[in-house]
Every structure is written in C-alpha cells, then in structure tokens.
Write a protein that binds this ligand. Structure first.
Ligand code: NAD
Ligand code: USQ
Length: 403
C-alpha cells in the first residue's frame, strides 16, 4: 500500500537513495532538508568525489527517468519547530524517516563549536519530530537512523543483541529480579553520544504517547550507487572521502584510485559493522512496511550485514589494487583492537538478503573512484580532527602546559 513519507535529511548520502527507492516502490515522498551537509562541505573546503546535482536538478532528473514527482521542503528540522509541525500537520505522513543529523564523528570532535552544533542539531531534530507528532495526535510511524556505535566496542565475544539486554538483578534478600534494559551505551564520540541520547527520547515517547518508533542501529555504509541513482548522471549519490566525513572503506577505495597510501589508524585492529548503500535502502523499505504496534516498545533493529577488521579491509583493497598500506597515528580515542559479533536476525526475518563485499560492488565503487579521481582534493584526505588534547599539540591547554 502506498504511504505518505517525509524523509528528513533526504538530500544526504543515505537519505537521497532512500527517497528514490521508496518513490520507485510507489510511496508519496516529501524530502525535508536544510542542505546543511552541502554548507559544511563549503565550510571545510571539501566536496563529494562524485559531482552531485542541485536538489532541483536531482528532482527533475528523477521525473525524466520515469519516477513520480518528489516534493522538496527546505527546512531546518532542529531550529524551525513550527515549520516542521505545520508541514507534518499538512501532509499527515504515515511515516517520518529521520536521517537529519550531523553524522560525522571526527567533525563532532573538531572543536567546541562543532560539539555544541552536533548536540543541539541532532537532539533537537529528533525531539522536534516526536513533539510535533505527539501534539498533533497522529499515528505516524517514526523510523530513525541510529548507529552501531551506541553499543561501544568492548569486544569480549558477546553477540550484540538488537537494542535490549535481559539482565537479572539480585535484591537485598537474595531475590532475583528480571529486567530487560536498553543495552548500556558506550559511545565513542560526541556524534555517537547524540545517538545514545536519541534512544531515551524514543523510549519516552513510545511509552507516554504510544508512538510507533523504529530505531535502526546502522553500521558503516559503503558504496555510492543504488538501482535508482544509476538511472541518470544527475541522480548520482554523494561520495564523501575527506578526513571528517569519509568513512573507512570508501576512503580506502578512493585512496587506492588516486595513488594515496591507505590510511589505517593505529594497528587497524578496530572491527566494525558494515552495510552497502543498496542494502540500506532495502532495510528502510522493510522498516517502513513493518511498523511496531501502537503501545509496543521501540523496535530496535541492527542494520548491518557483515563485520570487518580495518587492517583486513586495507589488505583486501591493497591486494585488489596494488595500493600501499600506511599505519598512521590514530587521531581517535578508541580501543586499538576489538572483536565484534552482531545479531541482525530482525532484518533477516523481515526478508533482507544481504549483499557482501564479494558481490562485485567493491569493483563498482573502485571504478567510480577512478572515474572521478581528478576531482579529489589531496589535502582533504588526512584525518586532522583529534579526540583529546594529548593528541593535539596545538590546543590551548597543551600550550599552557608547555610554558
Ligand atoms: P548526510 O550528512 O549525508 O545526510 C544528512 C542530511 O541531513 C544532510 O543532507 C543534511 O543537510 C541534513 N540535515 C542535517 N541536519 C538537518 C536539519 N537540522 N534540518 C534539516 N536537514 C538536516 O549523512 P548520511 O550518511 O546520509 O546519514 C544519514 C543518517 O544515517 C544520519 O543520522 C547518520 O547518523 C545515520 N548513519 C549513517 C551512516 C553512514 O555510514 N553514512 C551509518 C550509520 C548511521
Ligand atoms: N579509520 C581508519 N582510517 C581512516 C578512517 C577511519 O583506520 O582513514 C578507522 C577509524 O579510526 C575507526 C573505523 O575506521 O576505527 C571506522 O571509522 P569511520 O569513519 O568509517 O566510521 P565512524 O566514525 O564510526 O562513523 C561512520 C559514520 C557514522 C555512523 C557510523 C556507524 O560516519 O554516521 O554512525 O559509521 S558505526 O561505526 O557502526 O557506529
């Protein structure tokens, strides 16, 4: 059945292909975006490796390729609460998908201004959606993009469950109490911390207002194209590669394409969860079709298809391309080595057929990197945002300490 869907953050890396995919499935799509991601590129002096068209060109190209019209609303979801509320009241969406957050961990750790912006933007954006739907008393399903990073990387062999952890607590007289709690969060950056905080917002509104909420704990997304973005050059998805927004596998693939050594942080023993962008859009379609019941607790699904160790990914790309691997100082404050086992039974049960690195998509992403290699700004490749003063000799506290 066709649904009315607001896609908040629909100009972004995940939001754009998701909007097209849901439109292709016959849903009525309204993209809401303040284009802040494009503005941050300008602020950083960075750009997508792929040439992304303006929103107007994107939407015209979608119609020209046979797609149904998609509406666009240029609106700041975090700062313009009443603009958002009016829009939700007018459209009365069946589903709101909340992608509209500042999503780069290194950007969120850059300085105090970036920390404040990330917290204000992300928490207000998510809360504004919930407050508006509650106040309008709509039965709208909220689908939020969370992150695997909320679980932390303890790496002791426990399979990460989907959001909740059954625990037993011993009372004073030895009685044992059973509880099911949100998996204790252990975020690794201010950005990841905002996703931990989002979880409490959802828990409260699901309980207090019986809101239907799905929180997708997504792993690192790689690749760039989907079936829909391949339809026309003006539909191409963005490809971030700079030190703040580029994610590890896409960075390795483009580094190989431009002849830059693959930048493994530390020993590269960090194990992370991954998903290809084509599977991201499939997962969103499945989540939209399968809302929780009203009154049910937040439905948490781990949206990932495979785990890999960073140095193994670098070796895989090096073997495929002949690229050199460089072990560089880790700018982050994170465990040097961890194991990671993750349950993704929820999406598998809903019908997801995962794609993996072996599906030839690695080659496609490499070909795209090679095609647009001349657009690469080599000075944007290094990760210069550091997590602590100790890693940052230029900060005030270290200058004072040295005097
Ligand atoms: P992105 O930065 O490419 O897209 C986010 C979009 O939201 C941008 O177009 C931006 O302009 C918009 N936006 C941000 N704040 C806004 C506001 N206040 N009002 C209106 N629009 C706003 O990021 P992405 O990679 O597409 O990620 C989308 C979501 O998925 C994020 O919430 C992110 O945390 C989550 N996620 C991403 C990944 C990944 O690897 N890319 C992995 C896990 C989770
Ligand atoms: N890394 C390198 N070399 C690089 C870049 C990164 O070794 O050149 C390492 C990092 O130190 C880290 C790992 O690779 O250990 C992953 O870094 P990343 O930038 O690919 O991913 P991350 O910062 O975790 O963030 C990305 C998205 C974020 C999303 C998250 C999902 O930017 O929006 O929430 O992936 S997850 O990691 O599962 O939490």
């Amino acid at each position: 059945m066709s649904k009315k869907i607001l896609v908040l953050g629909g100009d972004g890396f995940c939001g754009w292909p998701t909007s097209l995919h849901l439109s292709a499935l016959g849903h009525e799509i309204h993209i809401v975006d303040n284009l802040s991601r494009r503005a941050i590129d300008q602020e950083l002096g960075a750009d997508s490796l792929t040439p992304i068209a303006s929103m107007e060109e994107r939407l015209s190209a979608w119609i020209a390729s046979g797609g149904d019209p998609i509406a666009f609303h240029n609106l700041d979801v975090a700062a313009d609460y009443f603009g958002l509320r009016d829009l939700i009241e007018e459209v009365k969406p069946d589903t709101v998908i909340q992608f509209a957050e500042q999503r780069a961990a290194p950007y969120s750790m850059k300085d105090e201004v970036c920390k404040v912006y990330t917290v204000n933007n992300n928490i207000s954006a998510s809360h504004n959606v919930l407050a508006a739907i509650a106040d309008l008393r709509l039965d709208t399903h909220v689908v939020h993009l969370g992150t695997m990073g909320v679980y932390g990387y303890d790496g002791d062999g426990l399979e990460i469950p989907e959001g909740y952890l059954p625990v037993q607590v011993k009372g004073d007289n030895g009685e044992v109490f059973d509880r099911e709690i949100l998996y204790p969060t252990n975020p690794g950056s201010v950005y990841h911390m905002t996703k931990s905080m989002d979880q409490l917002l959802f828990q409260f509104y699901a309980k207090n207002d019986q809101m239907r909420i799905t929180d997708l704990h997504q792993g690192i997304v790689w690749g760039t194209q989907t079936d829909e973005t391949r339809r026309d050059a003006a539909l191409i998805n963005r490809f971030d590669y700079d030190g703040d927004y580029g994610t590890v596998l896409n960075r390795f693939l483009m580094q190989a394409a431009v002849g830059h050594p693959l930048t493994v942080h530390g020993t590269g023993g960090q194990t992370r969860a991954f998903i290809h962008i084509q599977d991201t859009v499939q997962c969103l379609a499945l989540a939209v079709e399968n809302p929780p019941e009203r009154g049910e607790r937040v439905k948490i699904l781990n949206q990932m298809t495979e785990t890999h160790r960073v140095r193994d990914l670098a070796q895989m790309v090096a073997d495929a391309t002949g690229a050199e691997v460089a072990m560089v100082d880790n700018p982050r404050n994170e465990a040097a080595e961890n194991d990671l086992r993750v349950s993704n039974k929820g999406f598998i049960a809903l019908g997801l057929e995962p794609m993996t690195l072996e599906n030839g998509l690695l080659t496609e992403t490499l070909e795209i990197s090679q095609k647009y290699a001349d657009r690469c700004l080599m000075n944007m490749i290094p990760c210069v945002s550091t997590w602590t003063d100790a890693q940052n000799p230029g900060t005030v506290s270290n200058i004072i300490a040295a005097e």
